[in-house]
Design a protein around this ligand. Structure first.
Ligand code: ATP
Ligand code: MG
Length: 280
């Protein structure tokens, strides 16, 4: 097993000629980004997620759909070890992240620096727009102003925000509209150069046109990172996700190729009913 505290990005600077070096190769070989085995979550002893076993491949968009209280957000919280910081949250089972058992990690921050997270409502830092995005690169040791400028512009552009803020980068992020703050959160998540990006109902506070622009960006980002997309918009999962998991009442009912699920090729009729809007 890989040493959890020293491992770096697996595909960065790939020098092994036999190793896969394109997105298609990696997906084709089903390289596992995450291996989740018998995962369970309890809050103050109440079980809200159990028996979740699934894999997420490198460079795929992995959709998670399901009604309220299904345990979708709790699942994401396990992956970046939120339980370490939440007193009443207990996690069972195993999660391997690029082969590393995340529960064995001593340095949780090393794991978190590889995972970008976007929550449903923007969580702004009390900083300027520029500093919201430059903070993570600075913490990684980048101090060259030109390099930081390039990163800030690239991340804001990818988050479909650059044109709206390029003339006021030094004003506070908290003065932006709700939808703009959400895009700033996405830019900040990208500024970490994560190898896993997790989005939890990112479009709740974002208008439909901007949502479509961000969706286009996510499709492009798939060549560089793995994306987990929790969405309450089943059609968004259909547009974006390579594979989709259906969560219900604290269980993962099934995982399948998105198109197959939406065409009705399901293992469990509840998946079809949810996709067809019969409940939820
Ligand atoms: N910190 C917490 N303490 C106690 N219970 C919690 C906590 N966080 C979540 N829960 C409970 O866990 C269950 C699953 O919540 P979770 O947020 O994972 O569901 P979800 O599928 O993301 O729902 P939604 O679609 O509404 O976001 C819910 O019943 C919720 O009340
Ligand atoms: Mg949720």
């Amino acid at each position: 097993m890989v040493n959890p505290d020293t491992a770096t990005k697996p595909n960065a600077g790939n020098s092994n000629p036999a190793a896969p070096d394109s997105m298609e190769d990696r997906r084709g070989m089903n390289t596992r980004k995450l291996e989740v085995r018998d995962l369970s979550v309890h809050y103050s002893g109440n079980t809200v997620l159990s028996e979740v076993t699934l894999d997420v491949w490198e460079n795929e968009i992995f959709g998670i759909i399901g009604p309220a209280n299904a345990g979708k957000t709790s699942f994401l919280k396990c992956i970046n070890r939120m339980n370490t910081f939440t007193d009443n949250m207990e996690v069972g089972g195993q999660i391997l992240f690029s082969g590393m058992d995340i529960h064995q990690l001593k340095n949780v921050y090393a794991l978190r620096s590889r995972i970008g997270v976007v929550f449903p409502l923007p969580v702004g830092l009390p900083l300027t727009i520029y500093e919201n995005v430059a903070l993570a690169p600075r913490l990684k040791g980048i101090s060259d102003k030109t390099e930081l400028n390039i990163i800030v512009e690239r991340c804001l552009t990818r988050a479909a925000l650059w044109d709206e803020v390029k003339d006021r980068l030094n004003s506070l992020g908290s003065l932006l509209s709700g939808g703009q703050q959400q895009r700033l959160t996405i830019a900040r998540a990208l500024s970490q150069d994560p190898d896993l990006l997790m989005l939890d109902e990112f479009s709740i506070a974002v208008d439909p046109v901007t949502t479509m622009r961000i969706e286009e960006v996510l499709k492009e980002l798939r060549s560089e990172m793995t994306i987990i997309l929790v969405t309450n918009l089943v059609q968004q999962a259909r547009r974006l996700a390579d594979r989709t998991a259906f969560f219900l009442d604290g269980k993962c009912v099934e995982v399948g190729e998105t198109e197959a699920l939406f065409e009705g090729n399901v293992e469990d009729p509840r998946t079809r009913d949810y996709i067809e809007g019969k409940f939820g």
